[in-house]
Design a protein around this ligand. Structure first.
Ligand code: SAH
Ligand code: SF4
Ligand code: F3S
Length: 451
């Protein structure tokens, strides 16, 4: 019997969907060894941190959180001498052997390429004590081959590529996730079919840049082929993240008009509206090209909700550069924008560029963009008022258990009162019709329509 049997563990997950997916695999694996997931660290004999180092603030906060865990006593009755603390994900990959020196109470360090080793490293740490660190530079396995414990049984991540070859000058991801590798299309289609047979209603195809799928495979299958293959499984909702504008093809855009189950939402990070900054970021497209893509998407399906990522305060960003970003955001009319203040990451080319814009100037730019985004989102959402939308229910609102929460096909959050005689638990995972009567910037609300 595994010495993980009956041990309790909790998981802390930070960062992007890659980490969320990896955490579902970690939970699945540990449970297959007999361990039991709990919600709070107080109840956990094992704490696993799946970390992110995309920006400095996240990085620092996380190290603080790992450090403070050593003061929390083990749950009563535990046979262990100390709580097992494991760090994986992107900080694990980046810092490797240095971590136990910085945080001596850390027992296991693993990386982004070997999550399957966690149970073995943990068992070794429990039986022998000491630090167990294993970081691989590169692996050919996909975490998808491991068991998974999905957060919601009806929704699944499906990685189609891992890693990134783009080397945007500000970004740490290529250094901590390695070079891009694609999964065989047959494996993706088979897994998608299995998920659908298992009751999954929503599949999100994952990759740092899903559009460059297949360049490393024989015959160079394209991302559009993957979308068609997964669509054919009949899954109710098909989504993907993330798209790089330089690789988004007309063929993929055309699928928004062709595939009924490809949801009308597209996350297309633009980062900046200034060609000078885009060049310095090594993004390899211009603002004009980006806007052409948006026009083409809207032509294929005017209902597509657009979202993006923006970095404010990249080294050397002038008022004029920022204005170009502001104008682009205004012109596109996004339903959601993730805005970030530039954060230098050691080892990336941008970290050694001259960065002399005063902090308060950057903050003012950031705030004005956030205001614009809020206005845009509010205006964008008004178009849903009066429409009846299919909503995939996730459960009830944290504030009011008689209000259901779910997402529209456009990935906008929807609230509606739960009709008498029904409850959130039985509605979760079903698709209900909601007639929208109110649209706010971040959610829609309305009433459930019963047939
Ligand atoms: N692969 C995805 C995004 C990965 S990171 C893509 O290319 O679209 C998610 C977002 O974090 C990026 O789109 C970018 O806007 C932001 N980001 C990445 N590195 C950053 C940094 N050093 N400082 C601030 N924001 C950053
Ligand atoms: Fe980072 Fe650029 Fe790759 Fe996205 S495409 S992960 S921003 S290097
Ligand atoms: Fe963060 Fe790693 Fe994702 S650095 S954004 S968790 S790939």
């Amino acid at each position: 019997m595994s010495n993980l049997s009956q041990k309790t563990f909790c998981l802390y997950t930070y960062g992007c969907q890659m980490n969320e997916h990896d955490s579902e695999r970690i939970a699945g694996m540990l449970e297959s060894h007999g361990a039991v997931q709990v919600d709070s660290v107080e109840d956990a004999e094992i704490a696993v941190f799946v970390t992110c180092c995309i920006r400095e603030a996240a990085d620092v906060r996380l190290m603080g959180q790992v450090a403070s865990i050593k003061n929390i006593p083990l749950p009563e009755g535990s046979a262990l001498a100390k709580r097992m603390v494991c760090i994986g994900g992107c900080i694990g990959q980046r810092d490797g052997d240095e971590l136990p020196a910085k945080l001596p109470h850390v027992d296991v360090v693993f990386g982004t390429q070997n999550i399957e080793k966690l149970p073995f490293l943990l068992e070794a740490a429990m039986s022998q004590g000491g630090h167990h660190v294993e970081i691989l530079e590169k692996s050919d396995t996909f975490s998808t081959d491991l068991p998974s414990k999905r957060e919601h049984p009806w929704s699944a991540w499906l990685p189609i590529t891992v890693g990134c070859n783009n080397f945007c000058t500000y970004c740490i991801v290529p250094y901590v996730r390695g070079r891009e590798r694609s999964r065989a299309i047959e494996d993706i289609a088979a897994e998608a079919a299995g998920l659908v047979a298992d009751g999954v209603k929503e599949i999100t195809l994952l990759g740092q840049n899903v559009n460059s799928y297949g360049r490393d495979l024989y015959g160079e299958p394209r991302f559009a082929d993957v979308l068609r293959a997964v669509s054919q499984t009949g899954v109710e909702r098909l989504r993907f993240a993330t798209s790089h504008p330089k690789d988004l093809t007309d063929e993929v855009i055309g699928l928004y008009a062709e595939l009924d189950n490809l949801m009308p939402s597209l996350h297309l990070p633009v980062q900046s509206g200034s060609d000078r900054i885009l060049k310095a970021m090594n993004r390899r497209y211009t603002a004009a090209h980006y806007l052409d893509l948006i026009d083409a998407v809207r032509k294929a399906n005017p209902d597509v909700a657009l979202s993006t990522d923006i970095i404010v305060g990249f080294p050397g960003e002038t008022e004029e550069d920022f204005q170009a970003t502001y104008d682009l955001v205004k012109r596109v009319g996004y339903s959601q924008v993730f805005t970030f203040i530039y954060s230098p990451r050691e080892g990336t080319p941008a970290a050694s560029m001259v960065d002399d814009t005063p902090r308060d100037v950057i903050q003012r730019r950031f705030d004005s963009l956030v205001d614009l985004v809020q206005e845009n989102a509010y205006a964008h959402n008004q178009r849903f008022v009066g429409r009846t939308l299919p909503v995939l229910v996730e459960g009830s609102s944290k504030r009011d258990e008689r209000v259901l929460v779910g997402h529209s096909p456009h990935n906008v959050t929807v609230h509606a009162p739960i009709p008498d005689g029904m409850d959130a638990a039985s509605l979760a995972g079903t698709t209900v019709a909601v007639k929208i009567d109110t649209a706010k910037a971040w959610y829609l609300s309305g009433a459930m329509v019963r047939d």
